[in-house]
Design a protein around this ligand. Sequence first.
Ligand SMILES: [Zn+2]
Ligand SMILES: [Zn+2]
Length: 310
Amino acid sequence: MTQANSVAATFDLLGDRLTLSILRQAFVDRARRFSQWSDRTAAPPAVLTARLAALVDAGVLVRAPRAGSADRYEYRLTELGLGTWEILVCVWAWQREWTPEWTLLPELVHTECGHRGPPVLLCRSCGRTVTTHDTDVELDPDALWHLTSGRRRSMRVADPARGDARFDEIMEAIGDRWSAAVTGLALAGVRRFSDFRAALNLSPTTLTERLTRLVEAGILQRAEAGGREYRLTHRGRALFGVFAFLLAWSEHAHPEAPEPGLRIRHKECGAVLLPGLRCRGCEVVLGRRDVRFEQGPASPGQSAATPSEP
Ligand SMILES: [Zn+2]
Ligand SMILES: [Zn+2]
């Protein structure tokens, strides 16, 4: 095993359309079997097999024999895998607010108080609500290269999860390590083309291509301010929660790894951000077992469910 940067390894594993789709279905639809994911994602079998194997290798899923079924194995989320729930909640919350796909999405429900809808991000150290404006993203200069110079995944299949259109928009922003790194740097306050280039060690052509895609996806906007600059749009800035939980999970998944050199600090209390989620209804800090996704009435063309009192 090489000394992979833990954040790079996390972007590499989870910054993938099909992988997020697999996890979402494991959580929301309780998918356990190859055939269930295969039906729902329409991914080519070899690609799906590779992603499941990568999730098993990473300790996110565990594979167990399964008797009396066409599927010889089933895959279950491990404790580490279950720990991705906050990332998925943030991905869901972003999609709900910023994409036209939100009517297709299930609803998040806080079981105890019945509140439906996205929770808010908080700092577990001091208990206060956190936004990008209350935090500093700190980057060690020598960490950047490691963030992006690790082993590259072989060519991805262009659209392995076409059957699951729900991730299309967010995947422009975090769909591969490079996009994830560019978006992460933008959240850290990097704006100038030359600074992105220095940080990522990318060729100008490749970097331009990445930045252009992020502009087209409405994550960044281009500005001329005595040079080429790229700033996050509101939509891009709203990805903050996803990144905060990706970083936190990355540390949880790689406890032995050296400090990744990328951290978010909560300005008000000074602590490195340990993010949590708080219910907007009753203000309680949420645990994984406190919430559930509920499929809405989801018939196409029908307007969203009327929020009902519990
Ligand atoms: Zn704090
Ligand atoms: Zn609540």
